[in-house]
Design a protein around this ligand. Structure first.
Ligand SMILES: Nc1nc2c(ncn2[C@@H]2O[C@H](COP(=O)(O)OP(=O)(O)O)[C@@H](O)[C@H]2O)c(=O)[nH]1
Ligand SMILES: Nc1ncnc2c1ncn2[C@@H]1O[C@H](COP(=O)(O)OP(=O)(O)O)[C@@H](O)[C@H]1O
Length: 226
C-alpha cells in the first residue's frame, strides 16, 4: 500500500479483541507504519525493574488502568523519543488512549505539532468470543509477540518462533482480573467514541475472528490514506 499522507491511527479494542494481532498484521502490510503498544511498553519497564515498572506492576496485576497523567506523559515522551511529534510521521497507538482524559491530553500534545490523530478504529468483537481467547494467550514478553494455543500456536510448543525463548501467560490474563479489565474497557468506551466521532475520524470494524476483522481494517486504512 502506498501511503499518500501520514497515518496517525488509534486502535480501540477490548482486552483480547486482537489489537496486538491486528497491529502486527497491519505493520506487515503498511511498512511506513510503526506502533506503540502501551501494554508492551509497561511490561518491558516491569521486566527492566525500572521506576515506571514498579508503579505499573501494581495496577496491571489488579487489572486497573494506570493514572491518566502518568500514561499521557509516558506516551508523549515515547512519541518524542521516536521523533513522531511532527506532521510527517505515521504511527499506530495500540492501547492508548483508553480514557477521555487521555484522549484530550494526547490531543493537546499532538496539535502543537500539527500531528493530530486522523483515524480511530474500534475493533468490535463479541465479549464472549474474547473470553475464550484469553485462556489460550501466551506471549513472548521481550518482543510482545502474541500466540494462541488454538488460533496461532508457536511452531515449537511454548517457545517464541523468532528467538526460541520461552513464552509466558500474562498474570493479568486470569479470569477474574480479565473481567475487571473488560468491564473497565466498556465503561470508558462511549465517551471516547463520541470524542472521536465529533472529530469525524472514528470508524468501527466488526467480526468474530481477526481473519474477518483484518481485511476490513486494512480497507478502512487504504480508503483513507492511499
Ligand atoms: N481464537 C482466536 N484467537 C485470536 C484471534 N485473534 C487473536 N487471537 C488470540 O487472542 C488473544 C488476544 O489477542 P491480542 O492480539 O493479544 O489482543 P489484544 O489484547 O487486544 O492486544 C491472543 O492469544 C491472540 O493470539 C482470532 O481470530 N481467533
Ligand atoms: N492507556 C493506558 N492507560 C492505563 N493503563 C494502561 C494503558 N495501557 C495499558 N495499561 C495497563 O497495562 C495493562 C495491559 O495492557 P494491554 O497489554 O494493552 O492489555 P490488553 O491489550 O489485553 O488490553 C492494562 O490492563 C493496564 O493495566
Amino acid at each position: 500500500m502506498t501511503v499518500l499522507k501520514p497515518i496517525r491511527l488509534v486502535l480501540l479494542g477490548a482486552p483480547g479483541s486482537g489489537k496486538g494481532t491486528l497491529t502486527s498484521r497491519l505493520l506487515k502490510n503498511v511498512p511506513q507504519l510503526s506502533a506503540i503498544s502501551t501494554g508492551d511498553l509497561l511490561r518491558n519497564e516491569i521486566a527492566k525493574k525500572s521506576e515506571i515498572g514498579s508503579v505499573a506492576s501494581g495496577y496491571i496485576k489488579k487489572g486497573q488502568l494506570l493514572p491518566d497523567k502518568f500514561m499521557a506523559e509516558l506516551v508523549s515522551s515515547e512519541l518524542g523519543n521516536r521523533q513522531w511529534l511532527n506532521n510527517k510521521a505515521s504511527f499506530l497507538l495500540d492501547g492508548f488512549p483508553r480514557t477521555i482524559n487521555q484522549a484530550t491530553e494526547l490531543d493537546k500534545s499532538l496539535q502543537t505539532h500539527d500531528a493530530n490523530i486522523n483515524l480511530v478504529v474500534e475493533l468490535n468483537v463479541p465479549p464472549e468470543v474474547i473470553l475464550q481467547r484469553i485462556s489460550n494467550r501466551w506471549v513472548h514478553q521481550p518482543s510482545g509477540r502474541v500466540y494462541n494455543l488454538q488460533y496461532s500456536p508457536p511452531k515449537v510448543p511454548f517457545k517464541d518462533d523468532v528467538t526460541g525463548e520461552p513464552l509466558i501467560q500474562r498474570p493479568d490474563d486470569n479470569p477474574e482480573t480479565f473481567k475487571v479489565r473488560l468491564d473497565g474497557y466498556f465503561k470508558q468506551l462511549e465517551p471516547l467514541k463520541e470524542f472521536y466521532q465529533k472529530k469525524g475520524v472514528f470508524d468501527v470494524v466488526s467480526g468474530e475472528t481477526s481473519d474477518i476483522v483484518f481485511p476490513k481494517l486494512l480497507e478502512v486504512v487504504e480508503k483513507k490514506f492511499s
